[in-house]
Design a protein around this ligand. Structure first.
Ligand SMILES: NC(=O)c1ccc[n+]([C@@H]2O[C@H](COP(=O)([O-])OP(=O)(O)OC[C@H]3O[C@@H](n4cnc5c(N)ncnc54)[C@H](O)[C@@H]3O)[C@@H](O)[C@H]2O)c1
Length: 288
């Protein structure tokens, strides 16, 4: 089964790197006209140029997703050039590791703008075009941090990613009557520009591979494929969901690898222990 986005117009934010770049590539290869949006002009231009060289329809436009006015200008431009918008992948995000005493109000507000408000600005800006075209799909990158205390010093990040789940539910409810579907993807931890070069990068990657049931890191292409599915007619009855794409991270294997549960689970994996525990648990006849 091949997903075909021929002549569909797709906006991807954070498209110069990581998940956004992989998703722009996936949509372009599936026939879409893709507008890559990012702060990083050189890298974004290079991604779009590489796609055009393969005969695919891709353009880059610089954008700060926190700039609501420029989002309006961008949507007007793409509507003039390509006729409207069918799919938005609202994915640009920032983090920064700060404990609460270290976190400044300025950084808190910037993270809220980029990670959270931008999805509102984009949704509001594309809704008229999607209504005119009879529907559309908005996909927002949340995170396992919305479900799980992922790391120390990320209260600002986790707050935005959790709020996006509420945004998705309510926007899906409100926009459903226009056949506009709104969904979130929750990537598991992976290697990216956000963390690359960090002091503990090697250990982090190793721990990620060990602590996910699939025992491999999640790759940007995994998220891209989930986004393509959610945007496609295959998902035409799916709206308002948070779809984890995390190698099973949220099943709790990571928790199960620590402390009491680590010992418990190792024991419970041993057939002799399972038999002994089953016998011990067999109810004994009541005697007087
Ligand atoms: N990598 C992970 O482990 C992970 C896990 C869960 C969720 N996520 C989320 O996935 C999304 C993409 O992350 P990634 O891993 O590809 O990170 P990345 O840092 O590789 O890419 C993010 C891109 O967003 C762009 N960007 C940042 N601020 C912007 C702004 N104001 N306007 C426009 N573009 C901006 C950056 O320039 C960059 O190209 C983010 O929302 C992130 O929170 C990542």
């Amino acid at each position: 089964m091949r997903i075909d986005f021929k002549d569909r117009v797709v906006l991807v934010t954070g498209a110069a790197a990581g998940i956004g770049a992989a998703t722009a590539r996936a949509f372009a290869h599936a026939g879409a006209r893709v507008l890559l949006l990012d702060l990083l002009e050189e890298a974004g231009e290079a991604e779009a140029a590489a796609l055009r060289q393969r005969g695919l329809a891709a353009r880059f436009r610089p954008l700060d997703v926190a700039d609501e006015a420029d989002i309006g200008v961008m949507v007007a431009e793409v509507t003039a050039a390509w006729g409207g918008v069918d799919v938005v992948f609202s994915n640009a995000g920032i983090a920064g590791t700060f404990t609460i005493p270290q976190l400044t109000g300025e950084h808190w507000r910037r993270v809220l703008e980029v990670n959270l408000s931008a999805s509102f600005y984009l949704t509001k800006a594309v809704t008229p075009s999607m209504i005119e075209r009879g529907g559309g799909s908005i996909i927002i990158t949340s995170s396992v941090a919305a479900e799980h205390v992922a790391y120390y010093s990320g209260v600002h990040y986790a707050t935005t990613k959790t709020a996006l789940k509420g945004f998705v539910r309510h926007a899906a409810f409100e926009l459903g009557r226009h056949q506009i579907r709104v969904n979130a993807i929750g990537p598991g931890p992976m290697s990216n520009r956000m963390y690359a070069g960090g002091r503990h990068e090697a250990e982090r990657l190793e721990a990620m591979a060990q602590n996910q049931p699939l025992q491999r890191p999640v790759e940007p292409e995994d998220i891209a494929h989930a986004a393509a599915f959610l945007a496609s007619p295959l998902a035409s009855a799916i709206t308002g969901v948070y779809l984890p794409v995390d190698g099973g991270f949220l099943t709790g294997r990571n928790a199960s690898q620590r402390g009491y549960f680590k010992v418990h689970n190792e024991e419970m994996g041993d057939p002799d222990v399972i038999r002994a525990k089953a016998q011990a648990a067999t109810p004994k006849p009541l005697t007087d």
